[in-house]
Ligand binder design. Sequence first.
Ligand code: BJW
Ligand code: ZN
Length: 254
Amino acid sequence: MHHPLEPHEISEEIERASQFLRNAERVVVLTGAGISAESGVPTFRGSGGLWHGHNIYDVATPEAFARDPKMVWEFYNFRREGLAQIKPNPGHYALVVLEQRFAKNCFTIVTQNIDGLHRAAGSRNIQELHGNLRRIKCSQCEFIEDRDLEPLPSLPKCPKCAALLRPDVVWFGETLPMAAWMASEQAASHCDCFLVVGTSAIVFPAAGLISHAKDHGAKIVEINMEQTQASSIADVGLYGPSGEILPKIVAHLS
Ligand code: BJW
Ligand code: ZN
């Protein structure tokens, strides 16, 4: 069992993580809701992870949308409105600085988040595995559009075919966007160091990238408030807020 780390142990772990990053030519960072927690975005499975009594399994499925599109849209419109107040935190910014140490396309952020905060911070090479809150698509035809933070009606309709529009996000049972998935798997296959930041690592196929990278020889560095499904294969575990730990690693590198 892990015990809470003493300050000198934390700096030893930061040194080990930094060593892996210094020696790496290619790096992948898999992020989850935890990296945005310090920006005020609630996580899915944390104590505040309920929304009006619904958990994520009740709203983030095609079945839920078919049964009660209004409830599902309320959930996503609520989160779209929240984005106006939400800004990247020091964790996001540390990853921007980290990217600058690597050659073009040798640093990839693979995010499960739909909040767009990596792009807002200034990261360049980002793969969004679960879509984006700012985009909407038709539930029937090919129509897809960036509506940024524009307020939407409670049941928005497709301008092409009048069917219901839906958020362009990936729900349980749906496949991930092919191009983003292929690029992420490719990057995970070839990286020397794989950072896992703020994800419970229970949602597949995203979580599978961690063992995939490990199997292909990458060192795994986990940054999370607590141990997760990924901890047993991590080479270094840094347990604390990513908004504090990531800037420490970046400062240690330079
Ligand atoms: C901090 C912190 C701080 C807090 N600093 N850290 C294999 C086995 C079993 C099941 C499956 C399987 N393969 C596929 C499945 C089914 C399913 C699945 O994975 N189920 C699991 C629950 C078991 N997967 C799917 O359905 C996927 N599709 C698929 O597989 O297609 C192929 C297929 C089709 C048909 C049939 C079969 C296969 C799609 C998954 C889509 C997930 N979508 C969501 C919603 C997206 C839109 C939205 O945001 O509303 O994505 S669900 C939700 O979970 C969201 C997240 O991206 C995702 C991951 O959550 P995340 O980011 O890890 O958040 P949390 O809350 O879980 O964790 C936060 C962490 O942060 C915690 O660890 C905290 O400690 C930490 N933390 N503060 C650092 N300050
Ligand atoms: Zn349509």
